[in-house]
Write a protein that binds this ligand. Structure first.
Ligand code: BDR
Ligand code: CA
Length: 309
């Protein structure tokens, strides 16, 4: 029997590839897709998730979530994802039915009604998840685990200290990291190893199906944007690494550690302090990904793309 899964995201070019990977998963049933402000406004991320679902033939309903972080001013990333948050993917297809319920209400309702624990995959700022945990704390007992892309044991990518998803809503991340949920974190430490270049794009697009076209159309401008922003000749596809944790966990090495979120210093705002050596003596609250088998990772992405043939 398939395990229930909810994806919370801010598509986002790499979120789009993560969603594509899940579209034909044999082991997880995607109950719904919830969207949040992050890479772009929630109007765009909601619209993008709907267009992606329709394009990929994913039938799970798509919900519009929080438009602002809990406390801080909104941060978006058009320099990486374009003016729509998904530039390069121009298809305007839409699901037959468009949902009007707020993502957080749907999350709470769905989790409370779940007959078995639900896995949450989170590839954007954690606003919706934090809101659900505050609105109905008992949802926690219905969550199997939370697998997320975000954070870093070392450098940030949006400030010297913070990774984008954490920086975009540190207070929400703090609620999630102190919730007691079973957490799996794919941070920059591993996602910066998942590097896409022209050769990767040629390999993936050779499959000539909707998933291959999506990869091609998004990864070309994404590689250019990453090169402009970071001077990187190859672009890290962050969010798909979190999907790899679900689909092929043996590709990733984890280390359990205590992770706290900086919500109180200016320079460190949004930083994930990862207690690798347990210097604090605090109980680990997270399985942090510390290494990735990159060859296996790209084989997995190609395998998922081939399913759309
Ligand atoms: C994360 O930030 C976003 O721009 C990406 O979609 C990814 O989730 C990487 O820091
Ligand atoms: Ca994302």
């Amino acid at each position: 029997m398939k395990k229930p899964l909810i994806m919370d995201c801010d598509p986002g070019r790499d979120d789009a590839i993560a969603l594509m990977m899940l579209g034909k998963d044999e082991n997880y049933e995607l109950l719904g897709i919830t969207t949040v402000a992050g890479n772009h406004t929630v109007s765009h991320t909601f619209n993008n998730a709907q267009r992606l679902s329709a394009w990929l033939g994913i039938e799970a309903p798509v919900f519009r979530g929080c438009e602002r972080p809990l406390l801080r001013a909104p941060v978006i990333a058009p320099e990486i994802h374009g003016d729509t948050g998904l530039d390069g993917f121009d298809e305007q297809c839409m699901p037959k039915h468009q949902e009007t319920e707020h993502a957080v209400n749907w999350l709470v309702k769905t989790l409370l009604a779940a007959t078995e624990p639900v896995t949450l995959l989170v590839t954007g700022p954690m606003t919706n998840i934090a809101m659900a945990l505050r609105l109905a704390p008992t949802v926690l007992s219905h969550i199997d685990r939370i697998v997320l892309m975000g954070g870093s044991m070392t450098l940030g990518n949006v400030t010297p200290a913070a990774e984008f998803n954490m920086y975009a809503d540190p207070e929400a991340a703090k609620i999630v990291f102190t919730s007691g949920a079973d957490l799996y974190m794919a941070g920059l430490d591993v996602t910066l190893k998942a590097l896409c270049d022209a050769e990767t794009i040629t390999r993936m697009s050779a499959h000539k199906n909707p998933a291959a076209k999506l990869f091609h159309d998004l990864m070309i401008p994404y590689c250019e944007a990453e090169n402009r922003a970071y001077g990187m000749p190859k672009a890290p596809v962050h969010d798909p690494v979190a999907v790899a944790i679900l689909q092929q966990p043996d590709l990733i090495t984890f280390r359990e550690m205590n992770v706290t979120i900086d919500t109180s210093t200016q320079e460190g705002y949004g930083r994930t302090y990862c207690d690798y050596y347990n210097t604090t003596g605090l109980k680990p609250n997270c399985h942090v990904a510390v290494n990735l088998n990159t060859e296996g990772f790209w084989n997995l992405i190609e395998h998922q793309i081939q399913k759309y043939n």
